[in-house]
Design a binder for this molecule. Structure first.
Ligand code: SAM
Length: 329
């Protein structure tokens, strides 16, 4: 068992990132990518760094490398640095998936993949990779291929350097996930959906869930695209806005989901997990139709308690375990 030393690891990451940021006059998040690359290679890769700063940087690299650490402490340490970088300005829609939520999704992934091996997984809005790395840290051996896509190049590069340090083999694409993808159908799509309007009205026309008038909802198109790249019987597990099934286009979405799959569950997350009521989210689980697929007698509908209420969390986990046993295994 490795000592939990994320804060110590973070201090070396932060020291190096601040130094690179000032030397190269780039943003904290960009400097974090350079730090990750140096830590992975064990050397200073930026030729432009002042000689006077090189000893300091080399010291952070050596200290980081020599500390005993497991994948979760590395992930948490980088997460602290990402949060610091994001405070300096990032759109709400590009925010990292918080740990508590990533752990619940990871638990659900464990449940729907119980007893299975050689699986493939896709995150079409991988961002910093926090959600996917949390899942892979707890069940990497189940997955033979992992794919991540994001339109934001800085975030994809962050996902890349952290993935390297964690030893996860994730194939990454920096592109619009609503364009055609160079990805074979997967067993599992996980996502923290970007919410809002999709500006490319021309491309939106390729989707059944395009708006009848005006701009379409990106989150609706993302659900359709995820279903397109799922194998029959595969699972879609995603963070979705609470207003998903109450907006004016929700009937169209509901009909589409009923035609292509089965809603297995909807887990409403506690209010305290989000900054404000407007941005509250739930976790939606859909299974894509397949021949002879076992359908749940009733969908898993859960009001998840505050994560700090351990007793209530334990109780709900027991109920969810029982549901999975009865309906999936
Ligand atoms: N799970 C991610 C993490 O842990 O960092 C956070 C995902 S964030 C809520 C949503 C992501 O969707 C952002 O990283 C954003 O860049 C991405 N995104 C938005 N529109 C996109 C598009 N059309 N194609 C691909 N990615 C997109």
């Amino acid at each position: 068992m490795v000592k939990e030393n994320s804060v110590e690891l973070f201090n070396y990451i932060d020291e190096s990132t601040e130094c690179i940021k000032d030397n190269l006059e780039i943003s904290y998040l960009e400097a974090l990518i350079e730090t990750g690359e140096n830590f992975f290679e064990g050397e200073i890769l930026q030729e432009e760094i002042n000689d006077s700063q090189k000893d300091k940087l080399m010291n952070s690299i050596k200290q980081f490398i020599s500390l005993p650490k497991d994948n979760e402490s590395i992930r948490r340490a980088f997460q602290l640095a990402i949060l610091k970088g994001m405070k300096q300005g990032v759109q709400t829609n590009h925010e990292m998936t918080p740990d508590g939520i990533a752990f619940i999704i990871s638990y659900l992934v464990g449940k729907v993949t119980e007893g299975k091996q050689n699986l493939t997984i896709l995150d079409p809005a991988i961002g910093t990779g926090n959600l996917l790395s949390t899942i892979l840290n707890s069940s990497n051996d189940k997955f033979t291929a992992s794919v991540g896509i994001d339109v934001d190049d800085v975030l994809v590069r962050i996902a890349f350097v952290i993935g390297n340090l964690l030893g996860h083999e994730v194939e990454l694409f920096n592109q619009d996930s609503l364009a055609p993808l160079f990805v074979d159908p997967v067993d599992l799509v996980v996502c923290d959906l970007p919410v809002g309007f999709y500006p490319n009205t021309e491309r939106a026309k390729n989707y059944a869930l395009k708006a009848k008038e005006g701009m379409s909802y990106a989150h609706h198109l993302f659900i359709e695209q995820s279903m397109n790249y799922l194998k029959s019987g595969g699972f879609f597990i995603s963070l979705v806005p609470n207003h998903l099934f109450t907006s004016e286009q929700s009937q169209q979405l509901q009909n589409y989901i009923n035609e292509t799959g089965v809603i297995q569950g909807l887990i409403q997350l506690p209010v305290s997990a989000f900054k404000d009521e407007k941005h509250q989210k739930s976790i939606l689980i859909i299974r894509k139709n397949a021949e002879n697929m076992k359908k749940p007698k009733q969908a898993l509908l859960v009001d998840f308690p505050k994560l700090s209420n351990m007793k209530a969390v334990e109780d709900i986990m027991l109920q969810m375990n029982a549901w999975f046993k009865e309906n999936l295994q």
